[in-house]
Write a protein that binds this ligand. Structure first.
Ligand code: NDP
Length: 249
């Protein structure tokens, strides 16, 4: 176990599966105590048990991140339980794909609420504690499409591009308090979100990925683990691409 993160506490949203789950496990391996937030409490309970069995500590919290009161209460509960909250990983996300011309307003709103507004609400809730203690790490999970654009995903791309803008502005606002704010932009990663791509679309996609394969949740988690740690102390306002070379800025 690395000593560098051993005293820290992290809140990971969307920790019930996929990338969020892998992030929680990666941070736990560094000795970070975890507050696990998502709607599927049974999955969070199972993950918390897995972390505890490996000698770590995790608090499962049933939260719908689009409900401000639930999200704020989860932050407070985590702070009360562990005594502080040092790392926030805004990972919860959904897609509601459709061409912009046909997109329903409710699908625009749902994607913006989950992928962007919830991150802002969580940030506002954790910041006072981080400012007081003069240390904090915020990592926002964006997407390669925030940089490239993607037809059929105007809502998702707008939310993820917004998250990168939020990352930069916030980084400048809180740098003097030794709080860093960064984004990780995954390419195509094997999770439930990409499971329904279909064989043909999957094959077409692979042709555009220089590393020749879809990525894993663990490969994204490794980037988050780095940015959340002491060794990334001079990195802020950045977006770290984890995309197999799919898009080069
Ligand atoms: P999954 O669909 O596997 O996981 C999404 C997670 O978000 C789940 O844990 C889900 O938990 C949680 N979530 C969704 N809505 C809510 C909500 N209202 N309240 C609380 N939690 C919520 O997808 P991924 O692991 O792939 O996605 C994780 C992040 O990575 C997302 O932000 C996604 O946009 C991003 N990303 C993924 C890529 C990929 O290729 N897979 C590429 C680029 C970015 P629950 O259902 O239990 O609430």
């Amino acid at each position: 176990m690395s000593a560098q993160l051993s005293a820290r506490v992290a809140l990971v949203t969307g920790a019930s599966q996929g990338i969020g789950r892998a992030v929680a496990l990666a941070l736990a391996a560094d000795g970070v105590k975890l507050a696990l937030a998502a709607r599927q409490k049974d999955k969070l309970d199972a993950l918390a048990a897995e972390i505890a069995a490996a000698g770590g500590e995790a608090l499962p919290l049933a939260v719908d991140v689009t409900q401000d009161a639930e999200l704020k209460a989860a932050v407070q509960q985590a702070q009360k339980h562990f005594g502080s909250l040092d790392i926030l990983v805004n990972n919860a996300g959904i897609t509601r794909d459709q061409l912009a011309l046909r997109m329903k307003r409710e699908d625009w709103d749902a994607v913006l609420a989950t992928n962007l507004t919830a991150a802002f609400v969580a940030i506002q809730a954790v910041l006072p504690g981080m400012v007081r203690q003069r240390w904090g790490r915020i990592v926002n999970i964006a997407s390669v499409v925030a940089e490239s654009g993607n037809p059929g995903q105007a809502n998702y791309v707008a939310a993820k591009a917004g998250l990168i803008g939020l990352t930069k502005s916030l980084a400048l606002e809180v740098a003097s308090r030794q709080i860093t704010v960064n984004a990780v932009a995954p390419g195509y990663i094997a999770t439930a979100m990409t499971a329904n791509l279909g064989e043909k679309a999957g094959e077409r996609l692979l042709e555009h990925i220089p590393l020749g394969r879809i990525g894993t949740a663990e490969e994204v988690a490794a980037a988050v683990r780095f940015l959340a740690g002491e060794s990334a102390s001079y990195i802020t306002g950045q977006t770290l691409d984890v995309n197999g070379g799919l898009y080069l800025r």
